[in-house]
Design a protein around this ligand. Sequence first.
Ligand code: HEM
Ligand code: HEM
Length: 179
Amino acid sequence: MTDAGSALKYTRVAMLLHWTTVLLVACLFALGAFMVELPKGPARGYYFALHKSLGICAFVLLWVRVAWRLGHRPPPLPDSVPRWQAHLASGVHATFYVLLVMQPLSGYLSSSFSGYATSWFGLPLPSWGWRDAPLNELFTELHVLCSITLLVLIGVHIVGFLSHVLTGQRSLGRRMWPW
Ligand code: HEM
Ligand code: HEM
């Protein structure tokens, strides 16, 4: 297929929100995987607190993004894009928004039922629960399940992006590219 050439780009603000989210989510995955392997102690407490604080930033950023998105529709795709691809892409994007709400919420709930305090860079936040091992485990499992689903979707998203770039539809791949 030839390059769609004139595919319209997202706005600068949409790009800034997209790539800040990507950076934050990548840090959260790395931090999450690293901290759960640490032995109990001050280092584990420090990295858990950092993960929770950054996770809350991701939650707030998500709502900023939703607010922006409600007022700014994404640029239309060129007619050369098959309908099934357009549907798949919007399905993946919509599921991202849902998961980026569920992931921090399940983390917050897991933390609330763990018996440990939840704070945002040192600022104490209300606990939504009490020390309860089964509930803590339930929300931790939900948190992990969301993160696995998020990883799978990120994989599908990147394959979609690469398929455009590798089949010569570079302008489609550049819709979210600031440069
Ligand atoms: C944490 C990882 C990521 C998340 C959560 C994410 C989320 C999203 C969402 C929600 C949209 C749709 C924007 C909207 O219409 O509101 C989008 C679009 C896009 N993303 Fe990502 N993304 C991620 C990583 C990436 C990566 C790594 C790449 C490139 C390698 C990428 C490339 C793109 C492109 C090109 C678009 C525009 C799609 C189009 O043409 O409509 N994304 N992304
Ligand atoms: C988009 C935001 C977030 C992402 C992508 C994320 C991702 C992760 C990942 C990948 C892990 C490691 C899971 C494992 O391998 O066991 C993890 C663990 C954890 N996260 Fe998050 N997280 C996010 C937000 C939050 C928030 C907001 C909180 C709490 C306020 C939180 C609390 C926790 C806790 C307590 C654990 C440890 C669970 C355990 O004991 O195994 N997370 N997170």
